[in-house]
Design a protein around this ligand. Structure first.
Ligand code: SF4
Ligand code: SF4
Length: 99
């Protein structure tokens, strides 16, 4: 599932700079995640960085957008290839594989 921000967001901004895909932005009173840029941090971190940063735990899985590791990794790889970075899958770069 892509990650989403609920209406509980207090617009503190703590998550915005933590997203490796630049998927988070301010949108009409609260922050929002562009689902087409979110990879659930697959390819980069073993946990979702926005959820880790959020003080009120309002970065949560979007139940309407279930995605597999392979497609999330492909998305992240495409984003970061344009930045000259090659990603790898492993225990430390995918919550699907984290111990
Ligand atoms: S889960 Fe990761 S990629 Fe998705 S919005 Fe949060 S920090 Fe960005
Ligand atoms: S860290 Fe949480 S409360 Fe703060 S802007 Fe992000 S989603 Fe909203």
């Amino acid at each position: 599932m892509a990650t989403m921000i609920t209406d509980d967001c207090i617009a503190c901004g703590a998550c915005e700079g933590e997203c490796p895909n630049d998927a988070i932005s301010f949108a009409d009173e609260i922050f929002a995640i562009d689902a087409d840029l979110c990879s659930e941090c697959v390819g980069l971190y073993e946990t979702q960085q926005c959820a880790d940063a959020c003080p009120i735990e309002c970065c949560v899985p979007d139940p309407d957008r279930t995605e597999r590791e392979a497609e999330l990794f492909e998305r992240a790889s495409g984003i970061h290839a344009s930045r000259g970075v090659t990603l790898e899958l492993g225990e430390s770069t995918s919550h699907f594989r984290a111990a």
